[in-house]
Design a protein around this ligand. Structure first.
Ligand SMILES: [Zn+2]
Ligand SMILES: [Zn+2]
Length: 317
């Protein structure tokens, strides 16, 4: 993309003044192709999560799954509802082909209803824990951030006598504040596809995660599932700083899975704990500015670590 295209895109799309309340100004923004430099290294993530969200909105606008959560089975009702709207939505689609789209959409909405129905979680017993530990525990690391589990966490997880007390570090990483709560150090069983969203409890959907990653991942699936702006905090040396929403960190780490240093690096979640660093040092810590890093290639240096007391204040809600 050349100078003209980027410059004209910025001219039309930047700024959030009165234009956001004028429909013709919005058309100019909507019709512009987004230059690759805008979405940057997180291009795939930003576009995929947005597409997923739009698709979900589209399906639910035709027939709201929430209406059926309490009264299943409901497939025929969903088909009826979708069928009633089909001539309006697919006016240009051949009438014989509409039926196929009605079926496809009805199935997707039906799947969503089933996902939302409350299911009983399994209380993971020691046998399952031991199995998961044997399958996934060889590196003793969180599958999302690479944090290495301590002896305390392993003993606790495998229900053994605690052989070593937990040593709580005095400093924390202010961009990935793992360690403010005791839960952060625990080993927890994470549903890769969240249970609340319909994820099953077969071992293929289960991994071992630290409590910090697991609590921030929770039932979320998309970077747009949390507030759009980074949080703001006061850093003892840097002054006012922006800090990424923890879920953005979790999402970026678990997808990129290795240090993204320009010159290459062998550090990956399987062998190291990773964190995020700004791609542009003076930039806001929004998803487009997050780069996965190992400690060796960290661009922030000593300012990354703050005392637990300061960290607690920075992250106080
Ligand atoms: Zn973790
Ligand atoms: Zn590295």
């Amino acid at each position: 993309m050349d100078f003209d295209a980027i410059s004209s895109f910025l001219e039309k799309s930047a700024g959030r003044g009165e234009n956001v309340w004028q429909l013709n100004s919005l058309s100019a923004i909507a019709n512009h192709r987004i230059p690759d430099v805008v979405t940057g290294i997180q291009d795939t993530l930003l576009r995929a999560d947005m597409t997923t969200l739009w698709t979900q909105w589209f399906l639910e606008s035709i027939c709201d799954p929430e209406r059926f959560v309490e009264r299943y089975p409901c497939y025929s009702h969903i088909v009826h509802a979708v069928n009633a709207e089909a001539p309006l939505i697919f006016a240009t689609v051949d009438i014989n082909k509409r039926e196929e789209l009605v079926k496809q959409i009805s199935r997707l909405i039906n799947d969503e209803v089933r996902r939302r129905q409350s299911r009983k979680r399994t209380a993971f017993d020691l046998r399952i824990k031991q199995y998961l530990w044997d399958v996934y525990g060889s590196e003793h690391r969180c599958w999302i951030c690479g944090y290495q589990f301590s002896r305390w966490a392993i003993d606790k997880f495998l229900e053994r006598t605690i052989s070593e007390e937990l040593r709580i570090p005095q400093f924390i990483d202010y961009l990935k504040p793992h360690g403010l709560n005791k839960r952060d150090f625990q080993i927890e069983i994470d549903h890769v596809f969240p249970f609340a969203e319909g994820g099953d409890e077969k071992p293929e959907n289960l991994r071992l995660a630290c409590g910090w990653c697991n609590s921030h991942k929770a039932g979320r699936l998309s970077i747009y599932d949390v507030a759009a702006q980074p949080l703001i905090a006061l850093h003892p040396q840097k002054g006012t700083v922006s800090i990424p929403h923890p879920f953005w960190v979790v999402r970026v780490l678990s997808l990129r899975r290795h240090c993204e240093h320009e010159k290459g690096c062998s550090k990956a979640l399987e062998n190291s704990e990773l964190t995020v660093t700004p791609r542009h040092p003076d930039g806001s810590m929004n998803p487009t500015n997050l780069r996965v890093t190992c400690i060796e290639h960290d661009s922030i240096g000593s300012a990354r670590l703050v005392s637990r007391l300061v960290g607690g204040q920075m992250w106080k809600k």
